[in-house]
Design a protein around this ligand. Structure first.
Ligand code: SF4
Length: 489
């Protein structure tokens, strides 16, 4: 599924009306946010730790071309094959060709946002190759054919009864099962068989270390580790911004990532691999293919404002802090990236025409920026997008603000620029709005305002403006001059 304005509005409305989703959203983001907060107390100076994370990512982006060249050289020296993919089609083609050349008909996959971005599963399926997601949450969403709900837990919102149903339908269990542990074991038995027989594993990459050519993956289930070590062929797909200079930089980012993501000091598994299996090693792939994906990132990189979006380490902390995500959950975003992270990345990758609602549906409260471990200024970026979109910047595939919107803001600019007009307009607007008041509250409005009032009330404005009230209480000195005409001290 790809994000579109229509689907964002439709799915957001559906999710906000869904009692189960609402009760779930009252719990999950708050719990993860609390865990993150507690985990950060380990740092003697949490703000300094985040500032260091921001500096590492900004520095890596500053030197990106050199770091990528160094990474490629070292990865190749360790025996890996490196493929530069200009876009999703090129990446998918390379992976499909690699599978075909090796007679592969099925692959195991570790959880990765980047392969969702590529639409890799669909591309493989079109070529007769079956991809099995092996992260439990991704596996469940794959069986249900629904997008991930949350970057940390793609299927955390799916009720156990629904999982039991789909497992029964797909033959993983033989009777309804409502014990989550048993359901987990059923998935594990099923996926272990895939690991045993399938000869190609596809993973994402959390970080790539330039000075050693090492790939790092962070996870809690061990499925990525199995996808990397068990199959004969491994394909690691990384977006080009994932590279950092050296291991100390990578380690600091992993400390931030684990704490921001799940509130852990470190996740259950952190795998570091340099090249394919060596002669004296007992596991690991015979072939390691590293696909380095651009897919529009060079353009994002070239703009000094949007470049900071490439700092993201996909921790998900901004989702848990976002009041909009907290109302609608992950489905309306319609793609791999949700929450503020998605509102910042998807418009750059997909263009503004299809994603306008993502960066418009933001209150600019700044909570996402406050928790981001790498210092991304989401509200600043979204304001920038709104600005670029309003002027129809072709670099962002912006179409310009719709005509009615332009007319409204044009009129507003004129009115706001003339005090007399502003006062007349204010008096008329107050009177018009108050027609809908019930007591001190306005609970509904006409036309396009209906949607705004669907979920909130407005205090009825007073009949006199603030300015008028102020004037009455603080008369100008000449009006307050005593009748005697004597000047006040
Ligand atoms: S934008 Fe920041 S907080 Fe959000 S996922 Fe990326 S790194 Fe984490």
């Amino acid at each position: 599924m790809k994000v579109t304005t229509e689907q964002y509005r439709r799915v957001a409305a559906r999710e906000m009306a869904d009692e189960y989703t609402k009760s779930f959203l009252r719990l999950l983001p708050a719990r993860l946010a609390e865990r993150r907060k507690t985990a950060f107390t380990d740092f003697s100076d949490p703000a300094a730790a985040r500032a260091a994370g921001a500096a590492i990512r900004a520095g890596a982006l500053e030197n990106l071309p050199q770091l990528l060249a160094t990474f490629e050289k070292n990865a190749k020296a360790a025996g890996a094959r490196v493929f530069w993919a200009r876009d999703a089609a090129a990446a998918n083609r390379y992976i499909v060709d690699t599978a075909r050349e090796n007679g592969i008909s099925g692959v195991t996959k570790g959880k990765s946002m980047i392969t969702e971005e590529l639409g890799l599963n669909e591309a493989l399926a079109e070529n007769g190759i079956r991809a099995w997601e092996t992260d439990l949450g991704e596996f469940i969403t794959q069986l249900l054919a629904c997008p991930p709900f949350h970057i940390v837990g793609p299927a955390l919102n799916i009720p156990v009864a629904r999982i039991s149903e789909i497992f029964l339908e797909k033959g993983l269990i033989s009777r309804p099962e409502h014990d989550p542990v048993q359901l987990g074991l059923a998935a594990r038995r099923f996926l272990r068989e895939k690991f045993r027989h399938l000869e190609m594993g596809i993973t994402g990459v959390n970080l790539a270390v330039a000075d050693s050519g090492t790939l790092i993956n962070v996870e809690n289930e061990g499925n990525i580790r199995l996808s990397k070590s068990r199959p004969r062929i491994q394909v690691a797909v990384m977006s080009l911004e994932k590279v950092v200079a050296d291991m100390p930089d990578a380690m600091h980012l992993i400390r931030l990532l684990c704490r921001s993501c799940t509130g852990q000091q470190v996740s259950a598994y952190v795998s570091m691999d340099t090249g394919p299996r060596k002669d004296d090693e007992i596991d690991g792939p015979e072939q390691l293919h590293i696909v380095i994906l651009d897919n529009g990132r060079t353009r994002i990189y070239e703009d000094p404002v949007t470049r900071q979006a490439l700092r993201c380490i996909r921790c998900g902390a901004c989702l848990n802090a976002c009041p909009v995500y907290g109302q609608i959950g992950g489905y309306p975003y319609g793609w791999a990236y949700s929450g503020p992270m998605g509102q910042v990345l998807s418009p750059l990758l997909l263009g503004f025409a299809r994603t306008r609602d993502l960066f418009s549906a933001c209150t600019l409260c700044g909570k996402c920026r406050d928790v981001c471990p790498v210092g991304i200024d989401h509200p600043g970026l979204m304001l920038y997008y709104r600005n670029r979109d309003a002027v129809g910047d072709p670099d962002f595939r912006g179409t310009g603000a719709p005509r009615p919107e332009k007319a409204v803001y044009g009129a507003y600019a004129i009115i706001a620029g003339h005090p007399l007009l502003w006062r007349v307009f204010g008096a008329m607007a107050r009177r018009a709005i108050n027609c809908y008041a019930r007591g001190n509250t306005i609970g509904k409005g006409p036309g396009v305002l209906k949607g705004w009032f669907a979920l909130r009330d407005l205090p009825a404005p007073p009949s006199r403006s603030f300015r008028d009230q102020w004037k009455r209480r603080h008369p100008a000195p000449h009006a307050a001059r005593p009748a005697s005409g004597r000047k006040q001290p």
